[in-house]
Design a protein around this ligand. Structure first.
Ligand code: UD1
Length: 385
């Protein structure tokens, strides 16, 4: 006999790495506001741990302190994933689990989904069905496998539904609810920190960005783990910076690699303003005021689309095609000439303006709470067997 997860047990909400926090914050709020409230237990795997990558974002997003921290830290993918699994399973034993809710596509997402599925606890995946069709990206593997394990799959754009159906996932398990990350963006935009304030606090003269600026974020292993690739990209950015100062918020992976490869002096360029990883409200302010954003992030492609700021994505593909089709995103690939030429066209006033996609309206988490409450109640309804 299968032991059904108890309706009294909490929904275990899992976060692990920076891009998870802005997705989880509105969900937790919507679960608390639901009538009756949906009880949760917030589990942090500890995949990210630095103050800049973690505690500061929790504060910015008004996230409650995690109830449980698995403190796994950094390691190879295999070790990190295995360690999260080992430490997450006893949390289910100790607290029970009505369901396990995971967001996004980081290692913590897959690890906890796999543990839950093996324990016959329903897996809820928020931001399901995105596909780059590039298995060299660790996140693509996490996405495909988490979606196979999930009982309910919440999608952010309509293309995700077709991707999931192609992989044999039944339509009844998929619900299009919109984008919880944009819930966070819309809710926090009024509190965003002005870029001038942030620069002054970092000891940088705000006059340097008075005539406009771009924002750069780079952290994807395919871009920053190979020294030649990194030199090429930074070279292209240096060219852009002759026309537009670039504020470069440096991810620890990128910083470590620049140091390891002896390339740190590449950043010693009057057109670059180098900053550490930023808080959520600082990053929002920076992006909202930018002439353009150059990035290899997944989430920033969506945030710039919601903000109407042109985004140049330094990748060959995107799992978020709606940002290109409807939003402000342009895939510039890795060719330095294409990066510089596209940046110049934005500077010439030809940047994409785009429009905000369907259901990116600040209410995605509410839709999830309503749908999930109904689904769980139906599942838990006593039946004659
Ligand atoms: C992870 C996610 C990626 C996400 C990114 C956002 C996976 C497979 N990747 O990549 O999808 O876009 O987070 O940041 O889950 N480090 C620190 N402090 C920290 C965390 C990491 O210094 O708090 C350093 C460590 O040297 C670590 C390296 O950054 O080895 C990479 O961290 P890791 O979590 O393995 O991957 P990310 O590149 O951050």
């Amino acid at each position: 006999m299968t032991v059904m997860p108890s309706p009294e047990a909490p929904i275990l909400c899992v976060v692990g790495a920076r891009p998870n926090y802005m997705k989880m914050a509105p969900i937790i709020r919507a679960f608390a506001a639901h009538e009756p409230p949906l009880a949760i237990l917030l589990v942090h795997t500890g995949q990210h741990y630095d103050t800049a990558m973690n505690a500061r974002l929790f504060a910015d997003l008004d996230l409650p302190r995690p109830d449980v921290n698995l403190e796994v830290g950094s390691a190879s993918h295999a070790v990190q994933t295995a360690e999260i699994m080992k430490r997450f399973e006893p949390v289910i034993d100790q607290h029970g689990a009505r369901a396990v809710l995971v967001v996004g596509d980081v290692n913590s997402t897959l690890a906890c989904a796999l543990v839950a599925a093996k324990r016959d606890v329903p897996v809820i995946h928020v931001e399901a069905g995105l596909r780059s069709y590039d298995r060299r990206m660790p996140e693509e593997i996490n996405r495909v496998l988490t979606d196979q394990l999930a009982d309910i799959l919440y999608t952010t754009e309509r293309s995700a539904h077709a991707n999931l159906e192609r992989e044999g996932i039944a339509s009844e398990r998929i619900a299009f609810v919109g984008n919880v990350m944009i819930d966070s963006l819309l809710g926090n935009l009024p509190k965003a920190v002005a870029p001038e304030v942030l620069l002054r606090e970092a000891g940088v003269d705000p006059a340097r960005i008075a005539e406009g600026y771009g924002v750069v974020t780079l952290h994807r292993p395919s871009n920053v783990d190979d020294p030649e690739r990194l030199v090429t990209i930074v070279g292209a950015l240096a060219q852009v910076s002759r026309r537009l100062p670039l504020v470069f918020t440096l991810h620890p992976r990128t910083r470590n690699n620049l140091e390891r490869f002896g390339l740190f002096e590449l950043l010693d360029n009057p057109g670059f303003v180098i900053l550490p990883p930023q808080g959520y409200l600082e990053m929002l302010g920076l992006m909202a005021g930018a002439t353009m954003v150059l990035t290899d992030s997944g989430g920033i492609q969506e945030e710039t689309t919601a903000l109407g700021v042109p985004c140049l994505t330094i990748r060959e593909n995107t799992e978020r095609p709606i940002t290109v089709e409807q939003g402000t995103n342009t895939l510039v690939g890795l060719d330095p000439q294409a990066i510089v030429a596209t940046a110049e066209s934005v500077l010439a006033g030809q940047g994409k303006r785009g429009r905000v996609p369907e259901y990116w309206d600040g209410k995605a988490a509410e839709r999830i709470a309503a749908h999930l409450a109904g689904w769980l109640a139906e599942r838990e309804r006593p039946t004659l067997r």
